[in-house]
Design a protein around this ligand. Structure first.
Ligand SMILES: NC(=O)c1ccc[n+]([C@@H]2O[C@H](COP(=O)([O-])OP(=O)(O)OC[C@H]3O[C@@H](n4cnc5c(N)ncnc54)[C@H](OP(=O)(O)O)[C@@H]3O)[C@@H](O)[C@H]2O)c1
Length: 392
């Protein structure tokens, strides 16, 4: 029996993970659940899954959470704040940590799980983007294993041999090909993107996801973050990572080998496949996902991404090549710009402008430790807010 901490339990990934866990009560138990401010949803999940511990990240809501648990007659303990997440990630109440908090807010708990040698199921791509060198060092020190949950990286993980580091060193892998759906605005010109609303940007054609990642998918920043994530997770050269648009979202990514072989992973666009794989690896378990019938796949299309219209992908590549903490600055600027767009105070097309201006203003510094990295993250956020204020 594995005890699983589900961080970001109230979100899209968190609820999908709880669905998979509940299908296997003989193998997995949700022992720790967390949310940011959504006390009622967290308490409801506690009533259903009976964890030992529930954590509300906003420390001001600890009493509200304790009351909500008590009023439901639950024995689940209440805790609050980022430090409670870090302690739980490293503590004895879990063997496995699903990092599914959105954004930089998930960084410390992700690093804590890696340091503690837990099996880390990584959905929180922003943590890998911000702190690649720190995450790799923490995994090395902790000796645990990371299994990617992001569907593209989970697909690459499945298509690479277990000893993939060794294979890279021997030169067996030529390229990692990340597939991208192209988002809701694939094929549109810049002129057609002027009046995009948050709801239009969040209406993804294939995936049901939280609002931040949905906007990232619409700008192609999601693919940019994933290119950086792939470099961190698989240790390949930046130039060995390619992006190909595949609108059906059935092929989740491909590995190209030097002998001309391509290995791809296919499946429904349902995150429960990647979550079930990451939970059970190297075994396989039922995920509750509708079966894919290859006879009914009418066509699988592939095309090059339009990086001139969707500039965020190119900006992410530039940050990756710049190195140091440039990916963290890119991520911070993106989080602020996306929040402003969702709040209706920044046009869709201005998101890359803000990110580019921040990267131009702040030259990269080396990544030394999490404290200095988070200071830089804060600086990038305040520069982003200033730039957005000037634009509006
Ligand atoms: N959704 C997908 O299909 C998908 C696929 C691949 C990767 N991912 C990645 O997985 C992560 C989660 O995405 P999602 O779509 O599940 O997001 P989501 O639906 O917006 O859920 C986010 C979760 O994080 C919590 N949270 C938000 N801000 C927080 C903070 N400051 N401190 C602590 N917890 C906080 C939320 O709690 P409240 O409910 O209280 O706000 C919620 O539980 C992201 O990094 C995303 O890029 C998602």
């Amino acid at each position: 029996m594995k005890n699983v901490a589900v961080f970001g339990a109230t979100g899209s990934i968190g609820t999908s993970a709880l669905d998979v866990i509940a299908r296997h009560p003989d193998r997995f138990r949700a022992s720790v659940l967390s949310a940011h401010r959504n006390v009622e949803a967290l308490a409801e999940l506690c009533a259903r899954h009976q964890p030992d511990l529930a954590i509300i990240a906003d420390a001001a809501l600890e009493n509200a959470l304790a009351s909500a648990l008590k009023s439901r007659g639950l024995r689940t303990q209440a805790a609050a704040g980022e430090s409670a997440l870090e302690q739980a990630a490293a503590g004895t109440q879990c063997d496995v940590v699903l990092a599914a908090i959105v954004g930089a807010a998930g960084l410390r708990s992700t690093l804590a799980a890696a340091h503690a040698g837990k099996r880390l199921l990584l959905a929180n791509k922003e943590a890998a983007v911000m702190a690649g060198p720190l995450l790799r060092a923490a995994l090395g020190q902790g000796g645990g294993e990371l299994v990617p949950v992001d569907s593209e990286h989970n697909a690459l993980f499945q298509c690479l041999p277990d000893s993939h580091d060794e294979l890279h060193r021997r030169g067996g892998v030529r390229k990692l090909w990340l597939t991208a759906s192209g988002g809701p605005f694939r094929g549109r010109t810049r002129a057609q993107l002027h009046d995009i609303t948050p709801d239009q940007a969040c209406a993804h054609p294939n995936w049901r996801m939280g609002r931040k990642i949905s906007v990232d998918s619409a700008t192609l920043m999601n693919k940019g973050l994933e290119v950086i994530e792939a470099q961190v997770l698989f240790g390949v050269d930046a130039d060995a990572i390619e992006v190909v648009v595949h609108p059906q979202s059935m092929v989740h990514s491909l590995v190209e080998y030097v002998d001309g072989s391509f290995l791809a992973q296919l499946g429904q666009p349902d995150m429960r496949t990647a979550i079930a794989h990451a939970l059970a690896w190297p075994e396989r378990i039922e995920a509750g996902v509708a079966r894919l019938d290859p006879r009914k796949l009418a066509s699988l299309d592939f095309e090059a991404p339009d990086e001139e219209t969707f500039r965020c992908l190119a900006l992410a590549r530039e940050a990756m090549h710049a190195g140091g903490d440039a990916p963290a600055l890119l991520n911070a600027a993106n989080e602020i710009a996306v929040a402003a767009f969702l709040a209706g105070t920044l046009p869709f097309l201005a998101i890359p402008d803000v990110i580019e201006a921040v990267l131009n203003e702040l030259p990269p510094s080396p990544v030394v430790n999490v404290e200095t990295l988070l200071e830089r993250d804060l600086t990038a956020r305040s520069v982003s807010r200033r730039i957005i204020g000037q634009q509006c």
